[in-house]
Design a binder for this molecule. Structure first.
Ligand SMILES: [Mg+2]
Length: 174
C-alpha cells in the first residue's frame, strides 16, 4: 500500500540514526531537512554535533544534501562550511525539488533517503515520490508561524496514524 505520512524509520534525534541501516537499504544520498531536524529554526550555523554527523554519513560513502522550505540566505549561511549541495525554497511536499535531486545525483528513488521532522512536508513529499523516509522528533518546541499551522494538522495525522496502527508518537524504532 502506498504510504503518505508514515515514515519507514522513526528516530528520536538525527544522532540516533543508524547509518549502517541506511547502507543495508542501499541508500546513496541522505537528504536532510534543516529547521528543527538538525537545529532549531533560529540557529544560524551547524553545531559540532551536526558537523560530525554529516561527516559520518559522508565517511560511510553516502552523499549528504540539505533541503529546506526556508529562504536561500538561511540555507546558504547554514551550509557555508559543510561542502554539501543545497536545495532552498524546496516547496515540500511538492515533488519538484525531489525530482531535481534524482536528476542531479543520478540516483534512483529507492537510493535516496529523506530525514525530516514534519509529516505534512518532509514525509508526505518524500513518500509520494518513493524515497526512503526517516522521521525525527523536532529539535525545538518553537516553530515558524507557518509551521505552527502545519503542526495543528500534523497532530491530527498523528492521531489517525496511531488509530491505523502505523505510527505512535514517541515510540521510536531501534
Ligand atoms: Mg523542519
Amino acid at each position: 500500500m502506498k504510504k503518505f505520512f508514515a515514515p519507514d524509520y522513526y528516530i528520536r534525534t538525527y544522532q540516533d540514526l543508524d547509518i549502517e541501516r541506511l547502507k543495508q537499504h542501499g541508500i546513496k544520498v541522505l537528504v536532510c531537512d534543516i529547521d528543527n531536524t538538525l537545529v532549531a529554526h533560529d540557529v544560524k550555523s551547524p553545531d559540532e554535533g551536526v558537523k560530525a554527523f554529516i561527516q559520518q554519513v559522508k565517511d560511510a560513502g553516502m552523499q549528504v544534501v540539505l533541503v529546506s522550505n526556508n529562504v536561500k540566505e538561511r540555507v546558504d549561511l547554514f551550509a557555508k562550511d559543510l561542502q554539501v549541495k543545497t536545495y532552498p525554497f524546496a516547496r515540500k511536499p511538492l515533488k519538484g525539488t525531489y525530482r531535481k535531486m534524482m536528476k542531479d545525483s543520478g540516483c534512483k528513488k529507492h537510493e535516496i533517503a529523506v530525514l525530516g521532522d514534519q509529516l505534512l512536508t518532509d514525509m508526505l513529499g518524500a513518500n509520494r515520490i518513493g524515497f526512503y523516509t526517516i522521521l525525527t522528533n523536532p529539535v525545538a518546541k518553537k516553530d515558524l508561524t507557518c509551521t505552527k499551522i502545519n503542526r495543528v494538522f500534523e497532530n491530527m495525522v498523528y492521531k489517525i496514524l496511531k488509530f491505523q496502527g502505523k505510527l505512535v508518537k514517541g515510540e521510536y524504532d531501534e
